[in-house]
Design a binder for this molecule. Sequence first.
Ligand SMILES: Nc1ncnc2c1ncn2[C@@H]1O[C@H](COP(=O)(O)OP(=O)(O)O)[C@@H](O)[C@H]1O
Ligand SMILES: O=P(O)(O)O[C@H]1O[C@H](CO)[C@@H](O[C@H]2O[C@H](CO)[C@@H](O)[C@H](O)[C@H]2O)[C@H](O)[C@H]1O
Length: 445
Amino acid sequence: MLEELLAGWIPRQRWFAGKGRSIDAVRVESDLVLISGDPSLRHVIVEVRQGDTSDRYQLLIGARRELPQRLRHVLIGHAGVDYYDAAHDADLTGRLLTGMARGETIGRLRFRHVEGAVIDPDLRSLVLGAEQSNTSLIYGEDYICKLFRRLIPGVNPELEIVTALASRGAPHIATPYGWIETDLDGENTTLAFLQEYLATANDGWALALTSVRDFYASLPEIGADEAGGDFAAEAERLGTATARIHVELAAAFPTDVVEPPEVKHMVEGFRRRLARAIQEVPELADYTDIAEDAYDRLAATAREIPVQRVHGDYHLGQVMRTTTDWVILDFEGEPGQPLAERRALSSPLRDVAGMLRSFDYAARHLLAGHPEADRLESRATEWSARNRTAFMSGYVAGGGRLTPDDAILLRALELSKAVYEVVYEARHRPTWVSIPLAAFRDTKA
Ligand SMILES: Nc1ncnc2c1ncn2[C@@H]1O[C@H](COP(=O)(O)OP(=O)(O)O)[C@@H](O)[C@H]1O
Ligand SMILES: O=P(O)(O)O[C@H]1O[C@H](CO)[C@@H](O[C@H]2O[C@H](CO)[C@@H](O)[C@H](O)[C@H]2O)[C@H](O)[C@H]1O
């Protein structure tokens, strides 16, 4: 009965990855009672079959004889009692904190805390604004608990990296407190991650946009360096924080080098990504020569490239400015890539390339559909260049490496990221495709 209700409810959830394809079957793979009574709380893992694919999802299911008004929007369905999405029920979600604080094992679920962490189990939760691929619960002003919805067997890279960095006393991370795990297909798999909530911080994207708006609105036109909301000092500090994180990651995890023949394989990977992207967004074909030129130059550099664990999907939306520092979040790699690829060693310049692209995004995203887009084009270029330069100087000052050969690698990585972004935007925000395409146009002119 529950399975039937879920088959109707799951496709309507933001985090459901199989949208647009019909569901053949929903099967409950595991069902554990975490609290009994009314209201009751169950932890459920379901398998959703669609054609020849099947995905697993994690659910917290509450049951009450009658759902109060405040929970009616998360009703799953009625079958004797009202079943609902208990992630939204602050009367029940404290159970996750208690489990982690006590280090409990319940059936196949293991609740764990970071050594020495003290977790207050009495805080009440709220679901963070827009649920995307995961559901995040904010407990009081203290913790954020990310509940992974679609379950991929394996340890989540975010948990792996943040706990390793915290144990080294690394700066620029949000303190980890605990996690929930289980075994899936014989692999230890992360179900949820509890971390410090940066209640008073602002994310880098919002801060950068404030600066861009201020710069665009300043009349008579003044230089980016004279604008009141100049972001360059922050960009530079962020560059230094980024270099420090790279140093810490290199110390906490194994490192390696990619030998020159393997660099060619890496370039082949870039070319394959470009070819796949062109199939999806044919407009990109106009810029093939520019990307290929950067890839050829990289293939021609006969030197080894140091590789290590990196952030993997680094942009202004992943960094937060607290009153004292930049904090880096979401070390999960590019969403949608297989776990092995997200955990693979890579050049730290991949993150640098991601952030450079992000400065360009911040400068340009207001231009799409702007009546004065032509006038603002040169201002966008000025803001982007100023902040990219400041970020790089902070990165180098913080110990980040940038030799002339690195600059060739950085350029290829930046264009490869822009290729990824063109596909990402075509899928999710088609009116933004022009932003990453400008990364190629800039050099074509
Ligand atoms: N530790 C934190 N403190 C404060 N806000 C956070 C924290 N972690 C995430 N957030 C906020 O939650 C939002 C989504 O977090 P994120 O980890 O990027 O989720 P997703 O993987 O779904 O993109 C971010 O935009 C950020 O503003
Ligand atoms: O934050 P996520 O891990 O979900 O990353 C994905 O979404 C990002 C958009 O939020 C996307 O980033 C792109 O848009 C940003 C502005 O919204 C911009 O700052 C980034 O430079 C740009 O790449 C990211 O690529 C995607 O993986």
